[in-house]
Design a protein around this ligand. Structure first.
Ligand SMILES: Cc1ncc(COP(=O)(O)O)c(C=O)c1O
Length: 426
């Protein structure tokens, strides 16, 4: 079966033909290619088209597709341990790796996705503080948990929908919306509701409204407000963890979070998530404390083995980050040169191996409002041109481009050449 035939058939059996809304290219009006294989940075579809991949499974594949050490680890463990629903040494190895290598993680709990990690962290914050309200920022995405589906980024933003059907108003009446990088607004929010706020959750480097880094004094204000009102500060590092740096976005700021969530890279491409933080908070979790959270597949052996193979390989090759930084700088410089040459205004926000090209006349993009002013139609044309010419990027202006340790200069050159072909016809 070819791409189109598979997609049309899939639409009969799966809503929109997909298992995750963002994969359907709905905002773009194209049918998505059906991917059958991947190796390194190359992926191949069912029509045998090849693409240089800048999506990397939406972030996880820092080592590229089917990395040989990750594949070996999966093969080896699957011969003797698939799932037990009982404690394993592999879980201890993963927990120790996270607690010893990352800052501010004294204890950790594994789950199966980023959504599970963030919704469990919020429940823990509520249980710990005995309060109900949470603050999330417009344009940030923390998964599809009801309480987060207000002014969310990623697919919710791409679809232009304010929230989601099926979310009772009672589920979001405790969600307060903060404005990213706006100190005054968050101070006012705390003045009004501070004593009811259990926690503030933030992507310290946002990727789900396109890439925007939180400003230092904004983060310092969040920490101060949380401290003076007794709320917890939660960093959602599902996307930024092990990506912007080995120690994640935490290492880019002076402030310390109380809880941190992870997923994506830590699972080596398998379904994984985790949340961790200060011991006295984590000990509120069942079976030690009264905040109930459990999972049949949590800490699954194959997932732990793939995750550990990935994380150990990264730890033993920290120069990957230098390589990615070099490729990112080349990418950025190349795109900006083309944009000037053809008078196609863009802003690139980049933090290490995650970046977004914003099609905008603005000089800087630092807020959700800035992002909303971008030329989505231009993005859509650019996306179509890139895809048809063998470059796979996320199908939305409000997502990130990802680099891996396997991207080489030739891949970046091809991106820039293809971008130039688009720019000169704009
Ligand atoms: C920052 C952030 N948090 C949470 C999630 C949800 O993770 P998952 O899709 O694994 O449920 C995502 C997904 O992209 C994310 O980017």
């Amino acid at each position: 079966m070819k791409n189109l035939e598979i997609f049309k058939e899939s639409e009969k059996y799966m809503p929109g033909g997909v298992n995750s809304a963002v994969r359907a290219f709905k905002g773009i009006n194209l049918n998505p290619p059906i991917i059958k294989s991947g190796k390194g940075v190359m992926i191949t579809d069912e029509d045998d088209n090849e693409y240089i991949d800048f999506v990397l499974a939406w972030g996880p594949l820092l080592l590229g597709h089917s990395d040989e050490d990750v594949v070996k680890a999966i093969q080896k463990i699957s011969l003797k341990a698939v799932a037990f629903g009982a404690p394993t040494k592999l879980e201890l190895d993963m927990a120790k790796f996270m607690c010893t290598n990352l800052d501010n993680i004294e204890m950790i709990r594994m789950v199966n996705s980023g959504t599970e990690a963030t919704m469990s962290a919020i429940k823990l914050a509520r249980g710990y503080t005995n309060r109900n309200k949470i603050v999330k920022f417009a344009g940030c995405y923390h998964g599809h948990f009801d309480g987060f589906l207000v002014e969310a980024g990623s697919g919710v933003m791409t679809g232009g929908i304010p929230g989601s059907l099926g979310v009772p108003k009672e589920s979001i009446e405790n969600t307060l919306i903060g404005i990213y990088n706006n100190k005054k607004q968050i101070e006012e929010l705390f003045e009004k509701h501070g004593n009811e706020i259990a926690g503030v959750i933030i992507e310290p480097v946002a990727g789900n409204m396109g890439v925007i880094k939180a400003e230092d004094d904004f983060m310092e204000t969040l920490r101060k407000l949380c401290d003076s009102y007794g709320a917890l500060l939660i960093f959602d590092e599902v996307m930024s963890g092990f990506r912007v740096d080995f120690k994640g976005a935490q290492s880019l700021f002076k402030v310390k979070p109380d809880l941190v969530t992870y997923a994506k890279i830590m699972g080596g491409g398998l379904p994984c998530g985790a949340y961790g933080g200060r011991k006295e908070i984590m000990e509120k979790l069942s079976p030690l404390g009264g905040v109930y959270q459990a999972g049949t597949m949590s800490g699954n052996s194959i997932v732990m083995a793939a995750g550990l193979a990935t994380l150990n390989k990264i730890k033993n090759n920290l120069d990957y980050y230098d390589h990615i930084e070099k490729m990112g700088a080349k990418f950025e410089e190349g795109v900006l040169t083309i944009s000037k040459k053809y008078n196609l205004p863009v802003v690139i926000n980049r933090v290490g191996g995650m970046m977004t090209i914003f099609f905008t006349d603005l000089k800087v993009v630092r807020t959700y409002d800035d992002v909303k002013k971008c030329d989505v139609e231009k993005f859509n044309k650019y996306f179509e041109h890139m895809l048809k010419n063998g470059i796979n990027i996320a199908p939305s202006q409000f997502e990130a481009i990802f680099l891996s340790a396997k991207h080489e200069e030739s891949h970046i050159d091809k991106f820039i050449k293809t971008f130039e072909e688009f720019a000169c016809n704009c």
